[in-house]
Design a protein around this ligand. Structure first.
Ligand code: NAP
Length: 474
């Protein structure tokens, strides 16, 4: 495995710890070599000291084992390489074993992807067995996404390209597919009018932190909605695939994205809400507003929050609103999918509490869990009702360890399993849907609505659902 950006934040915090875990559980082939590249003039010893100082602490202490770590470190190497310098790729080619199965992990800014792929090919490092993993963001819009896809596609066939979206590596997201397609009780209900609405929330407690340079030119729509939230929506909304082959699954996801109703200017004004956090309290601490963050221009109109109402124009989902919401500096870190079922058509029980009787809640963060809320009779005389949760307690049903998303996806790459990675046409279709919304915001010239850090976003996001008789489920 050859990691570009091997000294970067993602490599240190996520990739190396995930590879360590894969090694710990015997999921790396023998022999494996992990070659990190970067511009710093380090020898192997200095590189290993950097890993020790910056990566090791991201392995949970209950998984850390000194002997295993020593064994894992034996797999690590470092090659100094500036991706702009062709001779540096010669050094990489000399370090690589001829004929080995190679995985190139591009953990750099996407602006470098074209150069990296061209130079890898010139150095003779790309063969039909090679695989390439692409980190997000894959473009800023449809045109730039096509540019990246063309550049990578010049040297790698689509079946060699792994576009990573770590939400697809989450156990509960994959479990949702099993829940839907491995049981016959849910699927007949999984449609309009039995389902009245779907909510997908990805809320972050953190602010923009040190990433303002990148984030201010990107915003929540490009950073989160176009990729992570749409991928989650696809898993909820897709038709049953004919098999679990990568193309069968991805064909169905693509159909969902292509069936998303396009937004005109009036739809954008009515059905989308942009927000930007202001000074507030998060985790019992006063925190700065977006405009006060380092490297954010004082007049920035970049959104740190988006809520919108989407529609999928198919028989299955006719008139079912899909509410998507994501934001930084929200009240707490929480990602969940909430499927709300229509209430019984006739109010037989006089004491039936108001609101939604049945919900399927799929919690993705901070903990993964699946709960089905149903109405039950309270013990005692009379017919008092109360909502109770049928908990799918996967933790106690399965004693096995639950791997982190990056670990699972890296193992998929090593084993050549593409199902949980995005195909080129999916990615481009997602941009085709998102681009007009982003352009529409600019045409309308609206400023994002302010919301205090530590809240659930601007009040307009609540009104978006209230108008339809719904409310965000926290
Ligand atoms: P980062 O910390 O800035 O690391 C990027 C790396 O790129 C640096 O270590 C740098 O290595 C290397 N690089 C830059 N120019 C280079 C050149 N000319 N030649 C060789 N190497 C060069 O960024 P990151 O946070 O790890 O993110 C990497 C990618 O993953 C980005 O596309 C990001 O959007 C994406 N991503 C990151 C996260 C995250 O949590 N960090 C999450 C999702 C996606 P040297 O300075 O050592 O040369």
């Amino acid at each position: 495995m050859i990691i570009f950006g091997g000294m970067g934040d993602l490599a240190m915090r996520k990739l190396l710890p995930a590879l360590y875990m894969a090694y710990l559980h015997g999921n790396l082939p023998t022999p494996t070599r992990i070659i990190s590249t970067g511009r710093q003039d380090f020898d192997r010893e200095a590189y290993l000291a950097h890993v020790e100082a910056n990566s090791r602490s991201f392995i949970a202490s209950n998984n850390f084992n000194e002997k295993t770590w020593d064994g894992f470190v034996q797999l690590l190497e470092y090659v100094r390489l500036d991706v702009q310098q062709a001779p540096d790729f010669g050094a990489l080619a000399r370090a690589a074993n001829p004929g080995a199965q190679r995985v190139f992990y591009l953990s750099t800014a996407p602006a470098l992807f074209t150069t990296i792929c061209d130079k890898l090919a010139e150095a003779g490092l790309v063969d039909p067995k090679a695989r390439v993993v692409l980190e997000k963001p894959l473009g800023q819009d449809l045109d730039s996404a096509i540019e990246i896809n063309e550049a990578v596609g010049k040297h790698f066939a689509e079946s060699q390209i792994y576009r990573i979206d770590h939400y697809l590596g989450k156990e509960t997201v994959q479990n949702l597919m099993v829940l839907r397609f491995g049981n016959s009780i849910l699927e007949p209900l999984w449609r309009a009018p039995n389902i009245s609405s779907v909510q997908i929330t990805v809320a972050e407690e953190v602010g923009v932190g040190s990433r303002a340079g990148f984030y201010d030119g990107t915003g929540a729509m490009r950073d989160m909605v176009q990729n992570h939230l749409l991928q989650l929506l696809c898993i909820v909304a897709m038709e049953p695939p004919t098999s679990l082959s990568p193309d069968a699954v991805r064909d169905e996801k693509l159909k969902v994205i292509r069936s998303l109703r396009r937004f005109g200017l009036a739809d954008i004004a009515r059905d989308t809400v942009r927000g930007q956090y202001t000074h507030g309290v998060s985790g019992h601490q006063e925190v700065a507003g977006y405009h006060e963050e380092k490297n954010v221009p004082p007049d920035s109109k970049t959104e740190t929050f988006v809520a919108l109402r989407a529609h999928i124009d198919t028989w299955r989902w006719s008139k079912v609103p899909f509410y998507l919401r994501t934001g930084k500096r929200m009240q707490r870190r929480s990602s969940k999918i909430v499927v709300e079922f229509a209430n019984p058509p006739f109010p037989l029980f006089p004491d039936m509490p108001g609101g939604v009787a049945n919900r399927l809640v799929i919690e993705l963060q901070p903990e993964e869990a699946i709960k089905l809320q149903i109405m039950a009779k309270q013990p005692g005389s009379g017919m008092q009702m109360q909502q109770v949760a049928l908990n799918l307690d996967l933790q106690s049903a399965f004693q096995q360890r639950r791997a982190e998303a990056y670990e699972r996806l890296l193992i998929d790459v090593v084993r050549g399993r593409l199902t949980h990675f995005m195909r080129r046409d999916e990615l481009e279709a997602a941009w085709e849907w998102a681009d007009p919304i982003i352009e529409g915001w600019s045409t309308l010239g609206e400023k994002p609505h302010p919301y205090p850090a530590g809240s659930w976003g601007p009040s307009e996001a609540f009104a978006l659902l209230a108008r339809d008789g719904f409310a965000w489920f926290e």
